[in-house]
Design a protein around this ligand. Structure first.
Ligand SMILES: Cc1cc2nc3c(=O)[nH]c(=O)nc-3n(C[C@H](O)[C@H](O)[C@H](O)COP(=O)(O)O)c2cc1C
Length: 231
């Protein structure tokens, strides 16, 4: 077995891509990784649509811009957005970042991604686990893509609102009935152009983990260094 922690901890969301295409074998590999995700009672309720057609990606990009624009304009009106970017000192730069966000342009990047994979759950299989199964599959896609040197980003914004999700389904010909299929997200994939050196910072484990009971910060079972040295 290989320890894949390096793959996990070096992954970061990539939103800028080179125009170079992704070889079909690589696309197959990321889909293969998705297929092996854990799934409640092995229902495997996933369906994927691989989109490479530029016109379709433009349509999805426009829908993404619209969806994010609506959401972020609301955050702007509530003052959340200004707070989030208050650390940018240059006023002009801050205004530009804010405009990029509330205009929704921030979410148009799938137009440049050579491949988009729509991650869809079949709600008709009778499992209550569908959204969780699909999230596991989406993570497998991101990790396999990263291990192949590709960059990817999980995008949920454009399908978060019901009406936008219907439009998304219409673009791809997915049946639009409420209880038929749920679009969980799409994943934009491409060769990274973005040179962000480090992954985004994460909270340290000690802030997130308790041992045995809520609130216990230390494990009574942990081997101390001294114990190890005595072995
Ligand atoms: C459930 C979920 C929804 C997300 N939706 C979006 C999205 O709509 N647009 C986007 O640009 N990124 C989206 N992301 C990516 C996150 O912004 C990103 O994972 C987060 O900022 C942490 O950065 P990292 O992936 O580089 O560690 C989403 C990620 C998850 C897991």
């Amino acid at each position: 077995m290989h320890d894949i922690l390096d793959v996990i901890t070096s992954r970061k969301s990539i939103r800028r891509y080179k125009w170079d295409p992704i070889p079909t074998e690589m696309i197959q590999k990321v889909l293969e990784a998705a297929r092996w995700a854990p799934t409640g009672e092995n229902y495997q309720p996933w369906r994927f649509i691989v989109i490479q057609d530029q016109e379709t990606r433009n349509k999805i990009g426009d829908l993404s811009k619209l969806g994010s624009g609506k959401r972020m304009t609301a955050w702007y009106c509530m003052g959340h957005m200004q707070k989030r970017f208050e650390k940018i000192e240059d006023k002009k730069k801050r205004q530009e970042v804010l405009r990029f966000m509330y205009s929704g342009e921030v979410s148009e990047f799938c137009k440049q991604a050579p491949v988009i994979i729509a991650v869809i759950g079949d709600l008709q299989v009778g499992s209550v686990d569908v959204p969780y199964d699909l999230c596991a599959a989406a993570e497998n896609i991101l990790l396999e893509a990263h291990s192949l040197g590709l960059g990817g980003c999980w995008v949920h914004g454009p399908v978060a609102a019901t009406r936008d999700a219907i439009k998304f389904k219409e673009i791809l010909g997915i049946p639009t009935g409420m209880n038929e299929f749920k679009v969980i997200c799409y994943i934009a994939l491409g060769w990274p152009q973005e040179q962000r050196k480090h992954p985004r910072p994460k909270y340290p484990l000690e802030d997130l983990v308790y041992w045995e009971r809520w609130g216990n910060k230390e494990s009574i079972y942990a081997e101390s260094l001294a114990d190890k040295e005595n072995v």
